[in-house]
Design a protein around this ligand. Structure first.
Ligand code: FPP
Length: 254
């Protein structure tokens, strides 16, 4: 078996990886199981990927765990997902803390069940001083709503006379997003063969490299992450410039 990890260039890793964890339902259905079984197995992948990112010194990992649109799923599945979230955080919080992981949540936090808010709140507080991997869970998250929220904040500042319209720039806008504290992701991974962004970090992914894999999330393990990183490291990130300009200036290909 090839040692994929050994091939990953540690000096050219993304600082921030964002993942759309898709395919839990199909993975379960392929095995004749209920969709919720796929979500349970998906948690094992979450643990593996968090562990791998921590070991690689990745600064930020954002996981799309529950979209604002996911509330429209059958109530039994939504309830099971919320329960899984609460139980997972309860079970894993101490380990995350020991591993110097800092937990964050983006999305409409107050729309989560009270117990989920409490567990997440406590875990965020417990890990607040940690300096290793920043694990960002997108929960009840909608990028369009996030952008609208930022727009409203800016409109209120302008109406209140504390901001001039001319002073609105990318930096000011970015500070009004849920992700104000985080750099933009350089790599976005989506599992399960769907080639869409599905209302995830629309503003922040402007220059991200997109990696789509047919592997369902419960099957996505460390080697799959290393494959994604190797693919990322083979790409040339040009940010609107030409290939010649990039090579002449010897800008690192990250
Ligand atoms: C998408 O698969 C997955 C979700 C909507 C939930 C993801 C949640 C987890 C992996 C578990 C909880 C996470 C944490 C961080 C504790 P899908 O159901 O849309 O699959 P399908 O497209 O095959 O139907």
């Amino acid at each position: 078996m090839t040692d994929l990890l050994a091939q990953v260039d540690r000096s050219r890793l993304p600082r921030h990886i964002a993942i759309i964890m898709d395919g839990n339902g199909r993975w379960a259905r392929d095995r004749g199981e209920d969709r919720v079984y796929g979500h349970y197995e998906g948690v094992i992948s979450v643990r593996e990927i968090v562990d791998a990112c921590g070991a690689l010194d990745i600064g930020f990992l954002t996981l799309y765990a529950f979209s604002a649109e996911n509330w429209n799923r059958p109530k039994a599945e939504v309830d099971a997902l919320m329960e899984l979230l609460v139980n997972t955080i309860r079970k894993e919080a101490d380990d995350l803390n020991k591993n110097n992981v800092r937990l964050h949540v983006i999305g409409d936090f107050v729309s989560l069940p009270e117990l989920a808010q409490k567990e997440m709140g406590e875990a965020m507080e417990m890990t607040a001083a940690n300096t290793g991997l920043n694990l960002i869970l997108a929960l009840s998250y909608s990028s369009r709503l996030e952008i609208l929220g930022a727009t409203k904040k800016l409109a209120e500042m302008v109406a209140g006379g504390i901001l001039a319209p001319d002073d609105i720039n990318e930096e000011v806008f970015q500070r009004c997003l849920d992700t104000a504290m985080f750099p933009d992701p350089e790599l976005m991974i989506r599992t399960s063969g769907e080639n869409r962004i599905s209302n995830f970090l629309l503003y922040q992914l402007a220059y991200a490299e997109l990696y789509f894999t047919p592997v369902h999330w419960p099957d996505f393990r460390k080697d799959n992450l290393y494959e994604a990183l190797l693919d990322y490291q083979r790409r040339e990130r040009r940010f609107g410039k030409t290939s010649e300009q990039i090579q002449k200036n010897n800008v690192p290909n990250v």
